[in-house]
Design a protein around this ligand. Sequence first.
Ligand code: UD1
Length: 448
Amino acid sequence: MADARPFHWEFSPPPVQREVLRVAGGRTLNGRVQISGSKNASLKLLAAATLTGERCRFTNVPEIEDVRVMAETLRDLGVVVDHPEPNVYEVASGDVDWLFVPLEAAAKMRASFILLGPLLARFGRVIISNPGGDRIGRRPVNLHVEAMRALGAEIEYRNGYYFARAPGRLRGTDVTFPVVTVMGTENAILAAALADGHTTIRPAAQEPEVDALIGFLQKMGAEVHRTAPDTVEVEGRKRLRGADQHVVSDRIEAGTFVVAAAVTGGQVTLDGAPCEHLGAFLEVLEEAGVQLHCERETIEVRGAPPGSDAYRACDITTAPYPGLATDLQPPTAVLLSQATGTSLIRETIFEDRLEWLGELARMGANVEMIDDHRAALTGPARLHAAEVEIGDLRAGASLILAGLAAEGTTTIHGGHHVHRGYENIEQKFVDLGAQMERVAEEMTTTPA
Ligand code: UD1
């Protein structure tokens, strides 16, 4: 690897095609929808494939922008990434040319930082940009960096980049996180898989996507086990082999469609829905009075007619898995805007994740911001069309839900954010009877 590719000292975010979504409200959604593969699982699996020079094959990968960004980022390193058919990716990282993950990748997608652990463990060094990602909170990566240092890496931070080296192999150790971190846990697992000796990671995130990663690593020959609910232990291997993996379903997408049926009064069946991963969310919906039937990989939702006052307010608090996912807070809030009474929403994971409620209020929701982490929603509110702006991926999908429940046609700016994480979302809604379209906005740059 050459050491000094010139950096972009004055970085301008790459141009993106901004999009506007127009969503006509008041239509009942009915029918079946197939839930796609998980975004958050796919990104880590693609990264894990760099732990071996042998070919890895992934099926049920969602066709979304974040996956394309990860594939491009890997190709830029010299990794062979084939996409032989829709939803299938094959990765072979025999030699990499360039152990450098640039600002362009990090600016488009925070999850590019998941490459730190595997590249460091396999190739002994990497220069990787400090990521920006969604505009939800500060989103630091200090815990990833500290975990790598605990594993013996030397890491310096200069000019927006982490310069990481592992003199010899990384060394197994105890990695202790002060808070539960999903990608921090995954980065530590990926690095420890090729480290010398035994690593214990505690508290380890318990999200299903972490277990999907562990399952794949085991197929690659790694010695990785969840030995207690919050503990993952890894016995490092010198070499891993190629493996295949079918990506687990996206529980966040599933939750979004459950709420879509509930707020439009429709009857929708979700196929390929990971019921067992949606426990806390489905409990909230049942408490709110949504009629649901779950059986293995299918969820049937029978929404109450709009205006029937059938839903009840309830208080929700986001938490690490198995608690209510912060990514499901926005869709749940749309439902609660339609419930009778006052619901308290407590967001404990990210400090900016309630900001989007300002946009929901523009559509007629009764929102009272208590502080950065708490808001009260009083319903049922008659939502109406408005011009709203998407700040992040999950809020974006939830503004679509609000648009579906509103009177009139809602214009949602920043619609391109939604394509980062939801496969074919308009078509899925249209197939269920929604009226929505996406149109190009003017060319501009990604918001910082
Ligand atoms: C992942 C998910 C994201 C989800 C989030 C929480 C992916 C690609 N993204 O994000 O969809 O919303 O889990 O379930 O899988 N923190 C630090 N320092 C760090 C890392 C995290 O302070 O180095 C803090 C964060 O600011 C946050 C908390 O830890 O307050 C948890 O964040 P984390 O679990 O790390 O989120 P991600 O893994 O980035």
